[in-house]
Every structure is written in structure tokens, then in C-alpha cells.
Design a protein around this ligand. Structure first.
Ligand SMILES: Nc1ncnc2c1ncn2[C@@H]1O[C@H](COP(=O)(O)OP(=O)(O)OP(=O)(O)O)[C@@H](O)[C@H]1O
Length: 606
């Protein structure tokens, strides 16, 4: 069964349930529960983008619910705004607050971010409770104007249909967004922020987008409650509400269907247990603990694993094209060969008393393979981090292809055409190999945010083009058959190559490889020499950090040697091999020249 078909079949079933369900009862209580399922789904659907996909834990979304609720209340009851317009305004105002609370997310992570969002929730709760002139405190605001259909007011059933329609539109938009480049970017930020930045994804922008989406849907949820009740007071806005939204997301799972499952089950459970008020919260908590223990990835993941066992076709991935065209790096205009591409002068970086980069000058020329070598702790990785914007030097300048890059963000440097891999792999381990490479293509994809949100033709077309190019890049590196495998499940040597593929997808002019042969077997190391040569033949300049001297000596046009943070030599491989200072640096003394010679020429390595 194709995923496309199962989605539309599922959607049809949900629409049928929404159309028929409310007609089966006139009981206001049941209709209210249906309405609340919709409201909770709305709040959780956006929060799922933030928490489930982008990995930003928030415990303050009751505050954004309050923003939506009080915006419609103040605008309709106090200022006489049209209720539909006020409803839309609730989304806009909530979006602004979402952007505001995104700011701390750029500085703090994990539990610290959760504390910041709790702070926001508490401030919102206190403001609406204490600022009585504006928000009415516990007495609240009466006379919130609900939307009408022509001149007809909405009855309980109409409210269910209205919230259901909003839920379906939200689901379709978020599904379209999460299945495309933004979905991949959210997951990339969740897994490895620096790696996401290094392929040109702005972590700042992605986090702000995720916060704003979660704020808008929570704001709409709040506005619906205020308009349906025609009343809002500070009693609605509690810390428990923030926890409840988060629980829906965790219980449902991060799949696009997770919030729906979570909202249905938890809203029903909450209301069912209300018959036994004295044990309601205890039973509710115990059941949830058990459910999260039994299904750590949420109900949706659990149901999917059962569905895959029954219909194995669900897990099948698309067939790979029988023939792939060779990958061509067509995006960059050719640069004149052998001219300085990157020039660094006087780079200096100290960590307390340790100076891993001490007044280093460096010139990398177009079309060359440069190697950076030196004993352990010589400062090679620090220098590479400085060049790629991960570490800011204390002083010194770096000019890359005519632009000064010191102080620039990592993604800013990446956008200029500088790509890198990491000594300790930083793959997006839970994504497929294909998706890892497509994250590298993120900024080359034509479709923008709105195009992806509305699932436009442009977004569909740019997805197809990206898949095609990503497969070509994988073919270039002999990885096409791994395209649909989970990156984290692959052998180490293959993962190293996937990192190179992801870096190549950014269409770099300069590729920095940090110990690409580490952990490779001799056969894989020999293949790597061929890979680097083919990358150079594409017109990409390479800077390589390596301890495998035979590899360095075979592939490099130019070798730079660091020791204790200082450049002690540079030149052609043969010159470096016979340089006494280099030999001494490797063994710490100039007397043991024979042994040192072995190390530098590669006789004792790889
Ligand atoms: N963030 C940091 N804080 C403190 N010290 C650091 C930091 N980063 C690097 N160093 C120190 O700087 C020195 C150089 O480290 P670096 O990782 O750049 O060396 P390297 O040549 O890449 O080593 P290796 O070959 O072992 O990977 C080391 O002494 C290291 O402990």
C-alpha cells in the first residue's frame, strides 16, 4: 500500500467520522468532548513541531493559549472587532509572542529551556490574574463574541464542525511542511545543531519558525475556547494545561498523526475519569506513566510497528532509479585554478593557558588538496573549527573567496561555499541517508516556507529535484544502495562517507575533512584516496586533517604542519617528509630520526 494512498484513506475516514459523529447525538456533553478533542489537537499539533520534531521542550504553552484567548476577548468584548477578524488576530499576536520566547531557545537548551518556558507560562498566568483592569482577573472577561455563520449563531454541533475543519487544514499544512525540507531541517536541528548549521541551515531561523508554529496553533486553540464559552478568566490558564499539551505530544508520538491520537485518547480519558474525582488525577498519572513506559516513542509509533507487521508493504521504500546520471557540480561558476581561495593571517585562539592556534597564517589554493598534519593536540581541529566559523578566533583575519568571514555564523560561512565533516561524526542519525544528503541541499531548494506549508507545485517539484540530485551524489560516492537506510544504523566507514556526501550536497568550493580515514579499514582508506581525488577533479578545493601519513603523502599537493598551535612547516609532501623540524615534532626529539621518518612517511601508520 502506498503511503500516499493510506494517508488519503485515513483522512477520508476521519472526515466521515467528523461529519457523521456529531449527527449521532444531541447530548451537549458529548459534543463538548468532541469540540475539546479538536481544540487539544490544534494546540498539540503545533507543539509537536516544536517538541517532537525540533526537540525544544516547552512547559509554558498555556501562556500562548492565554495570548490567543485574551486577544479575541479584548478585541471583541472591549473593542467591538468582528469575531472572525479577531480570531485571525489571535493567531498573529500569538505568533509574535512565539517569536519572543524563541529568543531564549537560542541561548539555552534542554532542561534550562524548559525552565525558561515555565517562566513564560507563570508570567502569563500572573499577568491575566493580577492585571484586573485589562484582563479581569478571576472574574474574567464576559461577552466574548463568537463567530457567526451569516446571521446564524453556531450551535454545539457547528462548533465541532468548525474546530474539525481547522484541524484538517492544520493537519494538511503541517504534513506538507514536515514531509519536505523544513521537516528535515527541524529534525536536523533536533539531532545535531552544529552539523545543521555547517550545511547552511540557519538554526536560529528554524527554531523561531518552530516556536511560531506552536504559538499560532496554541493561540487559535485559546481563541476557540474563549469564543465558544463567550468568556475567559485566569482560572483557565494553569500550569497543568501546559503539561497536558506536552503530554498529548509525548503520548501521541512525533508522527504527524501523533497529536490526533494523543488528543483523542487523553481527552476521552480525562473526561471518563472525571466520574471518580477523588482518584481522577492519580489514575490519570499512573496510566500515563505506564503508557509512556510501554510505548516510549508514543502511541503512533507503536501502532505503526503493529501495522508494519500486518502490512509489510508499509515499510517499503520507493524503488531506486535503475540508472543514475552522473553527478555534476553545476551550481558554482568555475574559479581560476591555483589562486588563493582562502587566506588566513595571524589566527590566534587561547583557552586559558592552552593556545591551540598561535599566530597561524594559511593560504589554500583553488583546485589543490591541502593537508593539515601534526601530533595529537597540535591544534588541527581547532584551526578547522576557526576556518568553518564554529570557533571565533581571539584575533586574526580569514578571507574566503573575497569575503571576510571572521565573526560570521557557521551557516553564513557554509553559504559562501565552505563545507566540512567532523572528527566525531555528526550525522542526523535517525534520518535516512537520502534525507541526510537532502539537508545538505536545503538552501539550494527553490521552494520557500509558504510554498512548503501550502504544498505548492513548486515545493513538490523541488522535492523531486532534490531527491534526484541527492541520489546522484550518493551514486558518486558509491552509496546509492544505502539511500533509504537509517544513517545511524550503518557501519562507521559508511557513515563517514555519508558525511562527505552531505557536505558535497552544499555545493562547496572548499571542503574541510576532519580525519576522514579515522576508523576506516585499509581497503576503505585506499578507496578514500580515490574519493578525494575525484572531489578535487570536480573543482573543489580540499583541506584534510589526517594522521594516516601514507594517505596524506599520496593525495596532497601541499602539506601544512602544526605543533603546539604553531605552523612549523609547509610545502610539498616530499619536502615535509624530510623536514627535520617536522620529524622532531612527531617524536619529540631530533635524534630518533629513523623512527620519526617512519611516522611521517606513513610506514608505521594505516
Ligand atoms: N574548547 C576547548 N577548551 C579548552 N581546551 C581546548 C578546547 N578545544 C581544544 N582545546 C585544547 O586545544 C588543544 C588542541 O586541540 P585540537 O583538538 O585542536 O588538537 P588536534 O591537533 O586536532 O588533536 P587530535 O589530533 O588529537 O585530534 C588541546 O590541548 C585541547 O585540549
Amino acid at each position: 500500500m502506498k503511503a500516499y494512498n493510506t494517508h488519503w484513506m485515513g483522512l477520508m475516514l476521519v472526515v466521515a467520522a467528523i461529519v457523521i459523529g456529531p449527527q449521532l447525538t444531541n447530548n451537549g456533553f458529548y459534543l463538548k468532548i468532541m469540540f475539546m478533542i479538536g481544540v487539544n489537537y490544534l494546540a498539540a499539533a503545533g507543539l509537536n513541531v516544536l517538541v517532537g520534531h525540533t526537540g525544544q521542550k516547552s512547559l509554558g504553552h498555556a501562556g500562548l493559549f492565554a495570548v490567543g484567548a485574551y486577544t479575541v476577548a479584548v478585541l471583541t468584548a472591549r473593542h467591538g472587532w468582528n469575531p472572525w477578524v479577531a480570531f485571525l488576530a489571535a493567531g498573529v499576536v500569538a505568533a509574535l509572542f512565539g517569536a519572543l520566547i524563541a529568543l531564549p531557545a537560542l541561548r539555552v537548551k534542554g532542561p534550562a529551556l524548559a525552565m525558561v518556558t515555565i517562566g513564560f507560562g507563570i508570567v502569563a498566568e500572573k499577568v491575566v490574574a493580577e492585571w484586573q483592569d485589562v484582563f479581569g482577573g478571576q472574574a474574567g472577561i464576559y461577552g466574548v463574541v463568537p463567530p457567526t455563520w451569516g446571521s446564524q449563531s453556531l450551535d454545539d454541533r457547528d462548533w465541532v464542525w468548525l474546530v474539525s475543519a481547522l484541524c484538517i487544514v492544520t493537519h494538511l499544512m503541517l504534513r506538507s511542511l514536515l514531509n519536505g525540507k523544513y521537516g528535515r531541517a527541524f529534525m536536523a536541528v533536533n539531532t545535531a545543531e552544529v552539523a545543521a548549521e555547517s550545511v547552511g541551515v540557519s538554526v536560529y531561523r528554524i527554531k523561531v519558525i518552530a516556536f511560531v508554529i506552536s504559538a499560532v496553533t496554541c493561540g487559535f486553540a485559546g481563541a476557540l475556547i474563549a469564543q465558544q464559552n463567550q468568556f475567559i478568566s485566569s482560572d483557565f490558564i494553569t500550569f497543568n494545561m501546559s503539561i497536558f499539551f506536552l503530554l498529548i505530544v509525548l503520548f501521541g508520538g512525533s508522527s504527524v498523526y501523533g497529536p490526533l491520537l494523543g488528543a483523542v485518547v487523553l481527552t476521552l480519558l480525562d473526561n471518563f475519569l472525571a466520574r471518580w474525582p477523588h482518584v481522577q488525577h492519580f489514575t490519570y498519572g499512573a496510566l500515563l506513566l505506564f503508557a509512556l513506559y510501554a510505548m516510549p516513542d508514543g502511541l503512533s509509533a507503536w501502532l505503526r510497528s503493529i501495522a508494519v507487521r500486518i502490512f509489510p508493504g508499509l515499510a517499503r521504500h520507493p524503488a531506486l532509479p535503475s540508472a543514475l546520471s552522473p553527478w555534476r557540480l553545476h551550481a558554482n561558476e568555475a574559479l581560476e585554478a591555483n589562486r588563493p581561495l582562502l587566506e588566513a593571517k595571524g589566527l590566534y585562539k587561547a583557552y586559558g593557558g592552552v593556545v591551540p592556534t598561535n599566530d597561524v597564517d594559511l593560504t589554500l589554493r583553488t583546485g589543490h588538496v591541502h593537508s593539515l598534519i601534526g601530533p595529537n593536540g597540535a591544534g588541527k581541529t581547532t584551526l578547522l573549527n576557526i576556518l568553518s566559523g564554529v570557533v571565533e578566533p581571539d584575533r586574526g583575519t580569514i578571507r574566503f573567496n573575497g569575503t571576510d568571514v571572521v565573526g560570521m555564523s557557521i551557516n553564513g560561512v557554509a553559504r559562501l561555499g565552505l563545507a566540512r565533516t567532523f572528527q566525531n561524526l555528526r550525522l542526523f542519525v535517525d534520518m535516512t541517508v537520502l534525507d541526510n544528503v537532502k539537508v545538505g541541499l536545503h538552501r539550494h531548494m527553490e521552494a520557500g516556507f509558504w510554498s512548503c506549508l501550502f504544498g505548492s507545485r513548486l515545493s513538490a517539484r523541488s522535492e523531486i529535484q532534490a531527491t534526484e540530485e541527492a541520489l546522484q551524489i550518493l551514486g558518486f560516492l558509491g552509496l546509492a544502495d544505502k539511500a533509504y537506510e537509517r544513517a545511524g544504523s550503518l557501519p562507521y566507514g559508511v557513515q563517514r562517507r555519508v558525511e562527505i556526501a552531505r557536505a558535497l550536497a552544499t555545493h562547496p568550493r572548499l571542503l574541510l575533512l576532519d580525519e576522514p580515514a579515522a576508523g576506516l579499514n585499509p581497503h576503505e582508506t585506499r578507496d578514500l584516496v580515490d574519493v578525494i581525488a575525484r572531489i578535487r577533479d570536480l573543482g573543489i578545493t580540499v583541506l584534510l586533517i589526517e594522521h594516516h601519513m601514507d594517505l596524506v603523502m599520496r593525495i596532497s599537493d601541499h602539506v601544512i604542519v602544526l605543533d603546539y598551535g604553531q605552523k612549523i612547516a609547509e610545502g610539498k609532501p616530499a619536502e615535509i617528509q624530510s623536514n627535520p623540524r617536522v620529524i622532531a615534532a612527531y617524536l619529540g626529539t631530533e635524534d630518533e630520526t629513523d623512527d620519526a621518518n617512519d611516522v611521517v612517511t606513513g610506514a608505521t601508520h594505516g
